[in-house]
Design a protein around this ligand. Structure first.
Ligand SMILES: [Zn+2]
Length: 252
């Protein structure tokens, strides 16, 4: 006699990516609210008749029923969308920004550690990307900076991370831990516009920034945020580098 039937439970999740497995199956990598980052086997999900397939597309926000499978793999038979994300799905620019974010999240080691704070950040990213009032250009950069702060590496913005002087600042380096004066400068160049933008985003005005289009300093901020995230993870981020940093909103 086999052991008793494994308990089924449900969780909310953002789909980071998926890949083919076997003849007709798919494995999805999810960031869940209660179980952190997990891999989930969706049996038969590549069959045309399957209702699981579309719900496991990257960037989907879903409610998923789970059973513990072999090793660290879970099995699901039921996935439903929590958000429709119509605006996000209709825009290449918004989708690209979403892919850059999930690539960064996916680079966090798979350790099954629940981290509701990261899940909440991800949900806010998806909601921002789906909001027609918000420009998506700076969403990945803002997410990376907020993730660093959340993960215990909040960048120093009020004083030079090298010598403690009160500015002006000419560079940003995540390895050193923040902005740097002319004497200590290293890492990414930092213009006054980008510094102002960084202070606004980290100081609670992200919504205000996202409502503006083509904010001065945007391209530089995208570059330094990606560099900071890569430095923190010790990994290169491919999608983030390919994402067009500035794109007129009329081209969405
Ligand atoms: Zn200094």
């Amino acid at each position: 006699m086999m052991s008793s039937r494994r308990t089924e439970f449900s969780d909310d999740a953002v789909v980071l990516r998926n890949y083919k497995s076997g003849e007709a199956d798919r494995v999805a990598v999810l960031w869940t609210r209660e179980h952190g980052k997990i891999r989930v086997l969706a049996k038969g999900s590549r069959k045309p008749s399957s209702k699981l397939g579309g719900a496991l597309d990257p960037l989907s926000v879903v409610r998923v029923n789970l059973v513990q499978g072999k090793g660290d793999l879970y099995v699901t038979r039921n996935v439903s969308h929590l958000l429709t994300l119509t605006t996000l799905r209709a825009s290449y620019h918004r989708i690209s920004a979403g892919y850059a974010v999930v690539e960064g999240i996916d680079a966090i080691p798979l350790d099954d550690v629940a981290d509701e704070g990261i899940f909440d950040l991800l949900i806010r990213v998806m909601a921002s990307l789906d909001d027609p009032k918000f420009d998506p250009t700076l969403v990945p950069a803002a997410f990376f900076m907020k993730f660093l702060a959340y993960d215990g590496s909040e960048p120093l913005l009020e004083e030079c991370a090298g010598c403690g002087s009160s500015g002006p600042f000419f560079a940003f380096d995540a390895g050193v831990g923040g902005v740097l004066c002319s004497t200590c400068r290293r890492g990414s160049p930092l213009s006054p516009e980008t510094y102002k933008l960084l202070v606004r985003i980290m100081g609670g005005d992200l919504a205000g920034v996202l409502r503006e289009r083509n904010v001065p300093g945007s391209a530089e901020l995208v570059h330094l945020a990606h560099a900071a995230m890569e430095n923190h993870l010790g990994k290169r981020l491919k999608v983030a580098r390919m994402t067009p940093s500035i794109q007129p909103s009329s081209h969405e």
